[in-house]
Design a protein around this ligand. Structure first.
Ligand code: M6R
Length: 369
């Protein structure tokens, strides 16, 4: 049931505070430590892991990109993120000290299942991050960490994405706790901030009409670009994917630093460009770099649509439109920054009269290779 929303996608966008909260639920002890009982991989094995490879497809793979930044920061373990179909058909270097993390909403994506089989044959341990109970992937893996997003019906993934990112953060914090790579206080602070995310997502949703009005005004756009750095990069990729999938608009996500290596040639007067801005309270350089990128595209006539934290005044002179999100540390910011992009795609597709839940040529789960 759509519970009064015009589409399942809209309903699922609004389910997101709960999807994140439910994924966090019951995974901390009264002392504030993380408890992931379901990780049936022995602690000694997890301590010995020297490389993590995330395998997934589409939106699930973008959650893996976010995981890379967080896990490498907290755990100091190298993390590779690879599309499952690419992983499967090369000759990946995998051994018993490799932890393969397979991420999937459906648990039935054939490319991901094949990648997991391939990894296990070579002795890797496999952890699945899955939303659908009773699906195939958990049976093929050594252990499973469920996301608790509830059933996702719309072809375009939204709440599963937020739940996947949340589960990846939990995994990163858990491994850091186990391996002692960060001070317990730092991990506790990160976990506390994670617990505050559902309210922040709700706050973004409370301002959805600003985004929807902008999307309606842009219903004739034929090309939209998305730029981000650091964790903002996978958010840019996801924003572009949503728009391609349901609004059939040519959309590209770029790492903002790549601009001058090619993509800036695409910018002509009037070109809409979304820019995802990291927190100004974090690493100054990162924030400054993104602000310069906004200036660069604006100077070439782009129409800049900026996703920026509340109180970030540095973006104001260069933004045609600002969508504000609550203050959040850069590492956790994808959970709030992606929400306006989901709303934008949904509203633009609706304005074009398209079927938001069942886009052409796509299936909810891709069970063939
Ligand atoms: O069920 P999965 O998470 O394994 O699906 C992976 C992709 O097929 C999926 O995320 C796809 O990209 C979505 N349609 C994105 O909205």
């Amino acid at each position: 049931v759509k519970e009064g929303y015009p589409s399942f996608m809209d309903k699922e966008i609004h389910d997101q505070p709960k999807a994140v909260a439910d994924t966090l639920l019951g995974r901390t002890s009264p002392t504030g430590a993380l408890v992931l009982d379901e990780l049936r991989i022995e602690e000694s094995v997890l301590r010995a892991v020297d490389k993590i490879i995330v395998v997934a497809c589409g939106t699930a793979a973008y959650s893996g990109h976010v995981a890379k930044y967080a896990i490498e920061h907290w755990c100091r373990i190298p993390v590779e993120v690879e599309l499952a179909h690419e992983f499967r058909y090369r000759d990946p270097i995998v051994n018993p000290r490799t932890l393969v993390v397979a991420i999937s909403q459906s648990g039935e994506t054939m490319d991901t299942l094949m990648a997991v089989r391939h990894a296990r044959e070579q002795g890797a341990h496999v952890l699945a991050i899955v939303n659908t109970h009773g699906s195939t992937l958990p049976r093929e893996a050594d252990a499973v960490l469920y996301t608790h997003a509830g059933p996702e019906v719309a072809v375009a993934s939204t709440k599963a994405f937020l739940a996947q990112i949340t589960a990846c953060y939990l995994l990163g914090l858990y491994l850091a706790q186990l391996r002692g790579t960060k001070f317990p206080e730092e991990l506790r602070d990160a976990l506390a901030e994670l617990q505050s995310i559902p309210d922040k997502v709700a706050e973004v949703l409370s301002r959805e009409e600003e985004v929807r009005a902008e999307a309606r005004a842009m219903h004739e756009a034929t090309s939209v670009l998305f730029l981000g750095r650091h964790v903002g990069y996978p958010v840019a990729l996801e924003g572009a994917l949503k728009l391609k999938e349901i609004a059939y608009i040519h959309a590209e996500g770029f790492a903002a630093g790549e601009l001058k290596h090619g993509p800036i040639a695409l910018v002509e007067p009037g070109q809409p460009v979304f820019i995802i801005v990291p927190s100004p309270r974090g690493r100054d350089v990162l924030h400054q770099k993104v602000v310069s990128n906004i200036q660069e595209v604006r100077a070439r006539g782009a129409r800049t649509l900026v996703i920026a934290e509340e109180g970030d005044e540095a973006v104001v002179p260069y933004a045609d439109v600002i969508f504000r999100v609550p203050q959040t540390s850069t590492l956790l910011s994808p959970l709030v920054a992606v929400v306006p992009l989901q709303i934008f795609a949904s509203e633009l597709a609706t304005a074009k009269g398209l079927d938001v839940d069942q886009p052409r040529n796509l299936a909810k789960s891709v069970t063939v290779e």
